[in-house]
Design a protein around this ligand. Structure first.
Ligand SMILES: Nc1ncnc2c1ncn2[C@@H]1O[C@H](COP(=O)(O)OP(=O)(O)OP(=O)(O)O)[C@@H](O)[C@H]1O
Ligand SMILES: [Mg+2]
Length: 324
């Protein structure tokens, strides 16, 4: 499905500057509020990351913005079109990679792309040319005549991505696109998405659990229990947390924690591991701990990452402090 500028009436189109604008978008299922009043402004060309733990509402947000489900309340525009009144126009401008690859196992690789092209009214010749390019790029050209059912997980992901960009969408939604992929396959996908952004200015909205992938985002937002709890540029969020973390490991951490907490504030604890944010002034942690070090297996300082921000921000007791 394609649409041209002439399809956009004045009332329905509010200019190209924002690729996505959501205002208080909510989705309620019975007693579950899957998404609560999400507001977003994503400029064209931005690489935006939606981050949050399992069940925090990422997929719900993506499904609302891609018109697969209808909001309980609130509104949004995608590519300038109202998601409720201009769903067909929205779908013409976007590509979507689902969290669960949604391919027909009985079609061949080639047929999958032909079918996707036909749905988008892409001329056959153009569809074949783009399909060839994408299959070569993702190194699955030799599988073109095979049934989707026999592809490996990584190949299915690559085909899913190829299918979602065949019509050259202005906005690409990626719901955990590299879930379960090994490093070379993740790289291949990210290299391609980088190229789309550079060469075509494609806007990308990503949800992911691999936080190192989100460090390349221009901007990220964290969701927890359906609510947005904070947003920012990844490097600013990391700086806000404190640029260094100290990690303690050991069977008996209590003594060390009792000494460090008054100096460094609350720690994040998981079993035999505890993390503290380190202040910018230098602290010789081992020296400070003195004999309490004996109970520990290791004391390690390292640079903070977006994963640390995520861990702190989504912690029920410590989160508030981080993102406000
Ligand atoms: N169709 C539905 N009916 C009822 N509840 C739903 C439905 N879809 C989602 N939910 C609930 O909404 C909440 C948010 O789910 P969602 O799939 O958006 O989370 P997510 O952040 O994508 O999680 P994950 O990281 O596990 O993919 C969850 O509590 C989920 O159970
Ligand atoms: Mg999800």
């Amino acid at each position: 499905m394609t649409s041209s500028a002439s399809d956009r009436s004045e009332a329905d189109y509010d200019g190209p500057a924002l690729a996505i604008r959501a205002e208080a978008l909510s989705k309620v299922y019975g007693r579950t509020t899957a998404l609560h009043e999400l507001s977003l402004e994503i400029p064209e060309g931005q690489f935006f990351g939606l981050l949050g733990p399992n069940g925090s509402g990422k997929t719900t947000a993506i499904h609302l913005l891609t018109t697969l489900i209808r909001p309980t309340s609130g509104q949004a525009r995608v590519a300038g079109y109202d998601i409720l009144r201009k769903g067909v126009a929205v779908r013409g401008e976007i590509g979507l990679v689902f969290q669960e690859p949604a391919l027909d196992p009985n079609l061949s690789v080639e047929e999958t792309l032909e079918f996707a092209g036909a749905l988008r009214s892409l001329p056959k010749q153009l569809c074949r040319q783009r399909s060839d390019e994408l299959l070569e790029l993702f190194e699955i050209g030799h599988k073109r005549a095979e049934r989707v059912a026999i592809l490996s997980g990584g190949m299915k992901r690559a085909l899913d991505l190829a299918r979602s960009v065949l019509h050259r969408p202005r906005i690409l939604f990626l719901d955990e696109p590299t879930l379960g992929l090994d490093l070379p396959n993740r790289r291949k996908i990210w290299d391609y998405i980088g190229r789309l952004r550079r060469e075509r200015g494609t806007t990308v909205l990503l949800s992911t659990h691999y936080l190192e992938e989100a460090e390349d985002c221009d901007r990220v937002s964290f969701l927890a229990n359906g609510k947005m709890i904070g947003s920012g540029r990844p490097y600013e969020l990391v700086a806000g947390l404190g640029n260094q973390i100290v990690e303690l490991e050991g069977e008996n951490l209590d003594r060390a924690l009792a000494l460090l907490s008054p100096r460094l504030g609350p720690c994040l604890r998981a079993g035999e591991r505890a993390l503290f944010r380190l202040p910018d002034e230098p602290l010789d942690v081992e020296g400070f701990l003195g004999e309490a070090v004996d109970g520990l297996r290791s004391v390690r300082k390292r640079r903070s990452t977006l994963s640390d921000v995520f861990l702190w921000a989504t912690h029920p007791d410590l989160g508030e402090d981080i993102l406000r």
